[in-house]
Design a binder for this molecule. Sequence first.
Ligand code: ADP
Ligand code: MG
Length: 263
Amino acid sequence: MIISNSQIELINVTHAYKTAAGPLPVVNELSLQMAPASFTAVVGPSGCGKSTLTRLIAGLLIPDHGEVRLHGERVTSPRSTVGMAFQNPVLLEWRSILDNVLLPLEIVPNDLNRSAREERAGELLAMVGLSGFEDKKPSELSGGMRQRASLCRAIVHRPEVLILDEPFGALDAFTREDLWQIMHALRTKEKITTVLITHDLRESVFLADQIVVLSDRPATAQHIVVSPLGPDRVVDDLYTPEPTKLLAQLRHQIQIAQGREVA
Ligand code: ADP
Ligand code: MG
């Protein structure tokens, strides 16, 4: 990958939290590159520093050493042009689904008028299969539907970067696979540079272009692989030989990261 072409770059990023018991090193000399419109999945042991990495990319944390760059520009403060979605969709119950999706357009400066905003939100809701649910309240929707609305809200303002921190983790297996296919369609259409944190190796191989295995805390890039799946991927492709081999390789890397196997 060409460095100057990267949308997101981490260069020797090192960070420790200041705690009462002293500094807790969480990220160590981490270097990563993500090309424009690429999809990167990050996997690693629980507590290794994955969510910390998302905060560093979003500018919510500034590293002690090294730097994070977006389009070659050093990140020194929180970015309004980062979209985020989490395991818990955190939709506002007093707003309709449409008004929840419109929220970022009310906060992030843009020149869309009300009808253009509604058109944009409506298009996204249609893409994720939520046409007809615009006027419902979040509690009237299933968990999978709420997470689909949350994805729409995360990208409605066309963020430069989309950060997904285990967004499908709380869903049942079948709903999750539906969401993978929807997420893949969204990223193909919207061309957003995306970083996905996940515990699910199949999810990482299905959704990503590159998969980064982090070591145990303090996290560093232990292993980086490229997904063999092409742009027209479907979930069944995961059961073909190449992805199956890659999954075994990733499982092995996770065991190394957890200290259960020597490299
Ligand atoms: P992951 O998302 O990989 O599970 P996190 O990035 O959330 O891990 O956390 C990495 C480590 O840093 C954990 O040990 C966690 O307890 C600790 N940690 C997270 N946030 C803070 C904070 N604000 N202050 C101190 N320690 C923190
Ligand atoms: Mg986390």
